[in-house]
Design a binder for this molecule. Sequence first.
Ligand code: SF4
Ligand code: FE
Length: 516
Amino acid sequence: MAMMTGKEYIESLRELRPDVYFMGERIPNVVDEPMFAPHINTAAMTYELAHDPDHAGIMTATSHLTGKTINRFTHIHHSIDDLVNKVRMMRLLGRKTGTCFQRCVGLDGLNALYVITYAMDAKLGTTYHKRFKDFLGFVQENDLMSAGAMTDARGDRSLRPHQQKNPDMYLHITERNDDGIIVNGAKLHITGVINSHQIIAMPTRAMVQEDRDFAVAFATPVDTKGIKLVFARQTNDMRRLDGSLDTGNPKYANVGGEALIIFKDVFIPWERVFMAGEYDFAGQLVEIFAGHHRANYGGCKVGLADVVTGASYWLADAHGVAKSSHILDKLTEMTSMAETCWSCSLACSYEGRKTPSGAYNINPLLASVTKLNITRMVYEWMRLAQDIAGGKIITLPSEDDLGAREMGDIITGYFAGKDGVDVKNILKMLRLVESMSVGAGLPEAMHGAGSPAAQKIIIARRSGIEDKSSLAETIVGIRRDETFEKIVGKSEKDYMDEAAEKLRSEKVKICRRVTT
Ligand code: SF4
Ligand code: FE
C-alpha cells in the first residue's frame, strides 16, 4: 500500500474494533464519536501533509528496508539530516494544528527498538532485530500509526516492579509458551492510542534480574482481544460537543488525547515480541526512547508557540495596541524563548551519532536540556499570551449569548475592538489562546517524555562534571597543562617561576622609583 492520505487514514480506523470507553460508556466506533474527532483530524494531518508537494521533503523519507518513499513517521533515522528533518516535521505540524499530533510516540518507539533489538542480538545472540525489522516493514508498507506505550501505573514508586503488592502495577509476562507470551497490567497516559492501528509496548524504567518478567516489549493491534482503552477527560472537553467557537481549537483540540490501556491476559505471538526478560537492556531502551521524544518537544511545542504568538499579535492589533512598546517586548520575549527551545532541538539533532545498528541517535544531554527548557518556557510564553489577551480571556460569554435575542447585539458590542474587526473573530482568537494556555497542553509539556526530574538525572549523569573539574585544575596548575607548555616552550613550573621573578624585579624597580 502507498502512503495513506488523511482521509484514507480516518477510513482505515473504521476497520478496527478497539474496546474503547469514555465517561462510563463503551464507544462502538471511534471515527463517529464527536469527542474524538478533533484528535483524529490532528493525526490525519501527519498523513495528509506527506502528499503536499510543499512539505513532502520533510514529511517523507526513503525506507532503508525497501528503498520506497514512506511517511517519515515510520522511518528509522539514518543520518543527521533525518534527525533534523524529524524535528522540522514536528514544528511544521505544531504550526498547522496548534496541538499535539500524537504520532511521534510510536515513531520514537520504532527507533528505540531498532537500536535496542540490534544491541541485544549482538550481546546475547537473540534474533529480536530480524523480528523487529519484519514488523517495521509491515508498518512502513501499510503506513500505520503506532501508539508508543511506555508509562506503567507504578503503584508505590519506592518499590521495584517485582516488589509491588499488585504485580499489574507494571505490565508483565504471566505466561510463556511455544507460540508467544501472555501479558497483564496497564499503560497510562498513552497519547493517540484510541486512533492508532498498533500499540508498541515498552518497559518504563531500568530493571534488575528479579524484574525480568517486567522487561517486556512488543507490538500488537489496538483491537487485540483483552485490551481495553479508557479515554481521559480533558479541560473544557464538553465545549466541543456544542460545536461553538467556545471550543477554542474545534478542528484539532487542545491536547493529544491520552488513554489508559488495560491488558488482561493478552496473547502476543513471538513474531511481535521484541524483549522478553532481558532486564539489563530496559534502562537503555527507556533512555533512547526518551531522548528522541525530548528532542521532539523543541519542535512540536515551538510550533504551538508560533501559533499562540501569532494569536497574541492578532489580538493586540485588533485592540489597537500592536505597536505599544510593552506588547512588542512581550511578543519578542515569546519569540526568543521559542527560538531558544528550537535551537536546543536542532542542536541535539545535529550532535546526533550513529549507533552500531546503523540508526542515528540524538545527543541525550542536549535533548534533556531541550525538554527541561520546555517544561519552563511553555508556561512562560503562555503566561505572556494570557497577559496580552487581557481580562477578556477569562470573562467571555458563550457563543449562545452572542446570538441571543434582544441581548445578543448589546453583548457583542461590548467585546468589540478597533473599527473594522469582526467581534466574532476576536472571540475566536481569545478562545484559541484560552484553550492553548489554560488547557491540558501545559502539564503535558511538563510531564510528556518524562518529568523535569527525569531530565535532570540524564543532565547530571552526562554533565561531565569530573572533566569540568579537571579543566579548572589544569588552568590553576594542579594538573599538568601540556598545551600551554607547547605554546611557551618550557614547563609550566619554569614559566611561572620566571614570571614571578620578573614581576618581583619589576616591583623592586617601581618601589625604588617611588621612594627616590
Ligand atoms: Fe508528538 Fe509533541 Fe505530541 Fe509528543 S507532545 S506526541 S512530540 S506532538
Ligand atoms: Fe507528549
